[in-house]
Design a protein around this ligand. Sequence first.
Ligand SMILES: C[S@@+](CC[C@H](N)C(=O)[O-])C[C@H]1O[C@@H](n2cnc3c(N)ncnc32)[C@H](O)[C@@H]1O
Length: 247
Amino acid sequence: MSNLIEIASKYKSTKKMMGFIDIYNYYFNTIKDKNLNIFEIGVETGESLRMFSDYFNKSNIVGLDIENKDYNIERVEIFCGDQSDKKILNRIIEKYKTFDVIIDDGSHKNKDVINSFNHLFPYLKFGGLYVIEDLQTSYIPNWGGDGVNLNNKKTTMNFIRSLADRMHYQDIDNPFYQKHDFDGLIEFVHIYRNIAFIKKQKRFYESNLCYKNSWYLGLKKNRKDFNFKSLRDLRYFIKYFIKHILG
Ligand SMILES: C[S@@+](CC[C@H](N)C(=O)[O-])C[C@H]1O[C@@H](n2cnc3c(N)ncnc32)[C@H](O)[C@@H]1O
């Protein structure tokens, strides 16, 4: 049996109840027989770890839970700790080095989700997937979400949306744009209802419109920089400088 949908029928993971299995099957189908490092935050009854151990039959599987979970599952190691605690994350990284798949199904607190992503993403392999479950908590204050200001920068959904900007960083028309650590490292951000899949890949695309983060320079085919003796260049530059200062 190698289909995740069939295997999942034997286990009681919350992934089934949330309707995530078909989506997982779509992404995992081509990698299931490889020797991978899979890391899931949030163990609960251990059912997802049992399911993954059954499905990814050559992989190491790591679980992390804030509560002590003493389950004995083949090729699975479970750590106890808080996903927002860098010390426990570093202990796991020290042992497993890098991961092919990271799944955040832990506290679902927006702050924890964002902090864990920022800390763990550098250790996701190129070609690897970072999955964030239960995005609905992005809209509920109890988890640090916001149902009123949907542009609130502190929510999981706005963080995930911002990852799409990391894909387009060369196209951002702002000569004062400050490069972000994850720029050029995101291949896709796929958002489904309540779950997102982010693929890491080294990508360098030249922008067809901007040059040095400027559409104005991009227009002037052979121009490599601004000419401050030109009033038009100066005007463009000052306009962005003011926008940059005002945020
Ligand atoms: C939704 S359950 C995980 C379900 C499991 N992944 C599955 O699919 O069957 C969430 C788990 O996250 C754990 N948890 C809550 N806050 C956490 C935190 N800050 N760090 C790590 N784990 C946490 C809870 O103890 C709980 O077991």
